[in-house]
Design a protein around this ligand. Structure first.
Ligand SMILES: Cc1cc2nc3c(=O)[nH]c(=O)nc-3n(C[C@H](O)[C@H](O)[C@H](O)COP(=O)(O)OP(=O)(O)OC[C@H]3O[C@@H](n4cnc5c(N)ncnc54)[C@H](O)[C@@H]3O)c2cc1C
Ligand code: FES
Length: 277
């Protein structure tokens, strides 16, 4: 159980909760997440997963973790109603983090919508490790871009795309990704966002011969490796078969080249078939 230090709006669409959690802040790595629940709300049982947006370790016993989210359903609505100094039920840090490259220098962060959230923490850690960081954020509309001013500060080059053209390039991230890779001399890509976007980002990265680390956001039940709600299909190392691994504890960060992206396309097509087929 922890205390909320601050609750603020981030732009028009997003909420930010800063939570005093020194042990989590100390242990957290970029790409990991926390599971949250208001302790007094009995309308749902399962904690909800949120990427760690930022940690502040300077406060020692008052060190904090920050999450950013938008309202989707009852869980996020209840969290959005929480105020400063209220207690919050928090479990974390959970999962496997992004890895900082040893040999490559130039890193491109590609975030789709609220999926940009874990890339801020990652970008700061990459900069601390002396790496070059560039940023490419995409969203449906300008107000759905996460913290664009901070993103501009983070990236040596920062570019945006929106589906409606209200900010940056009018269109999809994937339409400008190749140009960004060439312009920035990108050697590694880190991405988080909608699954189809991450599949396309991985494909383009591989065409350029660049590794892509992807942070998957699957539906989760327990969030601690017990229920198998969250599986991601991953190719075995020798490419001979696919294993269904738990996104919460075996991920959420994976090597994009190892994910069996076609498997999702087949499942979605099967789900769309009328009953009886
Ligand atoms: C590892 C991980 C990190 C995440 N990080 C963030 C984050 O930083 N900020 C943020 O806003 N959201 C994040 N999410 C998504 C967030 O957990 C869901 O939006 C939240 O659980 C929805 O709960 P709810 O009760 O409000 O909505 P529900 O009523 O449970 O669902 C409302 C809608 O959200 C979708 N949804 C529910 N759970 C997820 C999920 N796990 N992933 C994607 N869509 C979901 C449902 O399909 C439904 O359409 C993350 C999810 C995962 C797995
Ligand atoms: S959410 Fe239960 S095993 Fe991953």
């Amino acid at each position: 159980m922890a205390e909320i230090l601050n609750h603020r709006k981030l732009g028009d669409e997003y909420h930010s909760l800063t939570i005093v959690a020194p042990e989590i802040a100390e242990a957290a790595k970029p790409g990991q997440f926390v599971n949250l629940r208001p302790p007094t709300d009995r309308s749902y049982l399962l904690r909800r997963p949120f990427s760690i947006f930022r940690v502040n370790r300077r406060g020692n016993v008052a060190a904090t973790v920050e999450v950013v989210f938008d309202i989707r359903g009852p869980g996020t609505a209840a969290l959005a109603a929480m105020r400063r100094h209220e207690p919050i039920d928090i479990v974390g840090p959970i999962g496997r983090s992004f890895t900082i490259p040893k040999t490559q220098h130039s890193c491109l962060l590609v975030g789709g919508g609220v999926g940009a959230t874990p890339l801020f923490f990652l970008g700061e850690e990459l900069q601390n490790a002396g790496k070059r960081v560039d940023v490419l954020w995409g969203a449906a509309t300008a107000s759905r871009l996460v913290a664009p001013i901070e993103a501009k500060r983070l990236g040596a080059v920062a570019a945006f795309t929106t589906d409606d053209g209200s900010e940056g390039h009018h269109g999809l991230i994937t339409e400008v990704l190749g140009e960004m890779i060439e312009r920035c001399g990108t050697e590694v890509i880190y991405t988080c966002g909608p699954r189809q976007m991450m599949a396309s980002v991985t494909k383009i990265a591989l065409e350029f011969g660049i590794p892509a680390q992807v942070a998957m956001e699957e539906l989760m039940g327990c969030g601690i490796g017990v229920c198998m709600t969250c599986v991601t299909p991953v190719w075995n190392r020798d490419g001979t078969g696919i294993a269904n691994v738990r996104t919460c504890v075996d991920g959420p960060v994976f090597n994009g080249a190892r994910i069996a992206w076609d498997r999702y396309a087949k499942e979605e097509a099967a789900a769309a078939l009328p009953a009886g087929n």
